[in-house]
Write a protein that binds this ligand. Structure first.
Ligand SMILES: Cc1cc2nc3c(=O)[nH]c(=O)nc-3n(C[C@H](O)[C@H](O)[C@H](O)COP(=O)(O)OP(=O)(O)OC[C@H]3O[C@@H](n4cnc5c(N)ncnc54)[C@H](O)[C@@H]3O)c2cc1C
Length: 439
């Protein structure tokens, strides 16, 4: 077996082996990996034992009840394949992240959230059963009412409690496969947050992009998007066609991404929305997964890649939390093409699930020599505000920052992990960095 480069979506990599079998006895310690769409090092193996088991071949739908929508499927099934089968029949996942290239196992392990978090919570809140293979080789079932501790440690637990083999959850009946969308240009960050919260009371799905480079009065100006499933009398009668298969052609040189080009992009994106308000029907591909239109778009960040910094700033931080965050970012010269702000609803009982009531801010940051110190500063700030970061995106957070952010919940997660995997047979580059696992 030859070694190859195993990358996170942000292009941080480890040289090692990607196996497609799952004989735990042959390769301990081990890490399970879906489609590798987590940005940081959560789907990368520890450097001293660089082996991952790819789960994507086990991707069958096992049972679907068309009366209730209950689906049981193998964990390697991608949202893309699931929707190709069930969307034309009027079913959609209860929660989708911003890409369809995600397996069910990855969606559970990261407890992914979408534009509907303020209404429907995370993916894990809809899961009724997981079938898992745990460290001693047993296959066990868990859920909100069965082996609850294992379940709460696995949802959002980044693959550290065992292999998720099967996932059972209800699909959602939708009136049409089209979205009614309203979008609005907003002049600064305070107006953006006010309108985001107002819109969340009326719309089941909200999201927005802000310009995090313009300082002063217009800081955080952006485009707010709100949506709901369209009713049959509003929507086209045909099924929406899938987008063309484009690819980012080259590994871009580092100089391409500089404060000027990023500023130009932010300016153009903002003014592309010429009218102050727009409304109409859009297809689900552009609404939920616009980044999937260009495969390998992460090559735009060149060889060194990028990190996504995503944090939640809780309601307790009080008014102005988003502005204060942007001030720290701009003072440090942090530049991002994409800054996405979402509304977050209630916290899940899962021990390490990311969202809590407040707003989530996500920034793509090209990796440069000062990235570690930028992330350190952002983390210090987020800690003061009572917030936390999202493990599925993280590559740079220091263990002391993570422990401080997760002071209350982390001991529960670690105790459950200790019970189900006392030898830490399941480890990742991230668990080595944050939890002090042996590399
Ligand atoms: C363009 C883009 C947009 C995104 N938008 C969002 C968003 O809106 N909301 C959001 O929450 N996330 C978002 N993400 C992040 C993504 O949803 C998560 O990182 C998700 O976990 C990726 O799934 P995957 O199958 O690629 O898993 P991987 O990245 O391969 O693995 C992620 C984690 O899951 C574990 N894992 C995977 N499969 C199994 C299994 N069978 N058993 C046990 N552990 C397993 C791995 O060990 C790892 O810790 C986005 C990512 C991209 C690239």
């Amino acid at each position: 077996m030859t070694d190859s480069r195993i990358e996170g979506w942000g292009r941080t990599s480890v040289v090692g082996q990607e196996l497609s079998f799952d004989n735990l006895e042959q390769s301990p310690p081990v890490l399970f990996r879906g489609l590798g769409r987590s940005y940081g090092d959560s789907s990368l193996p520890p450097s001293a034992n660089p082996v991952v088991v790819n789960t994507t071949r086990a991707n069958r739908m096992l049972a679907f009840d068309s009366a209730t929508g209950t689906l049981r499927a193998e964990a390697g099934l991608s949202l893309l394949d699931l929707h190709r089968t069930l969307l034309p029949r009027g079913w959609f996942v209860p929660v989708t992240p911003g890409t369809q290239f995600v397996t069910l196992g990855g969606a559970v392990a990261a407890d992914v959230h979408g534009k509907n978090h303020h209404v429907d919570g995370c993916f894990g809140s809809h899961v009724r059963r997981l079938k898992m293979r745990v460290a001693d080789g047993r296959v066990v079932e868990c859920g909100p009412d069965l082996e609850r501790e294992l379940f709460l440690a696995t949802v959002g637990g980044m693959g550290l409690t065992g292999q998720i083999l099967e996932v059972e959850f209800p699909m959602v009946r939708i009136p049409t496969p089209w979205i009614w969308q309203e979008s609005e240009r907003v002049g600064d960050i305070d107006e953006y947050i006010e309108k985001l919260k107002e819109s969340s009371a009326k719309f089941p799905m909200t999201v927005g992009w802000i310009d995090c480079l313009t300082p002063g009065k217009h800081m955080g100006r952006g485009i707010l998007m709100k949506g709901r499933w369209a009713h049959s009398h509003e929507a086209p009668s045909k099924f929406p066609s899938e987008p063309p298969n484009l690819r980012f052609p080259i590994e871009a040189p580092e100089w391409l991404l500089n404060p000027l080009s990023i500023k130009a992009f932010n300016f153009g994106f903002y003014w592309k929305h010429l009218q102050k308000k727009r409304e109409g029907i859009v297809d689900p591909f552009s609404y939920f997964w616009p980044l999937d239109f260009v495969k390998d778009w992460n090559r735009m960040y060149g060889r060194r890649g990028f990190t996504q910094y995503q944090c939640v700033l809780p309601n307790e931080a009080g008014p102005g939390a988003a502005r204060r965050f942007l001030e720290v970012l701009t003072k440090r010269g942090g530049a991002s093409f994409l800054c996405v702000i979402k509304d977050c609803g209630a916290e899940s009982p899962a021990f390490l699930s990311f969202p809590k009531p407040g707003i989530s801010v996500a920034l793509d940051i090209a990796i440069r020599n000062d990235t570690q110190s930028l992330i350190d500063d952002l983390n210090e700030h987020v800690l003061k505000e009572g917030g936390r970061i999202y493990l599925a995106k993280d590559t740079f957070t220091r263990p002391e920052h993570f422990r401080a952010m997760e002071e209350k919940r982390l001991p529960k997660f670690l105790a459950a992990r200790e019970k189900w995997d006392p030898q830490h047979r399941f480890r990742s580059a991230q668990s080595v960095r944050l939890f002090g696992d042996a590399p």
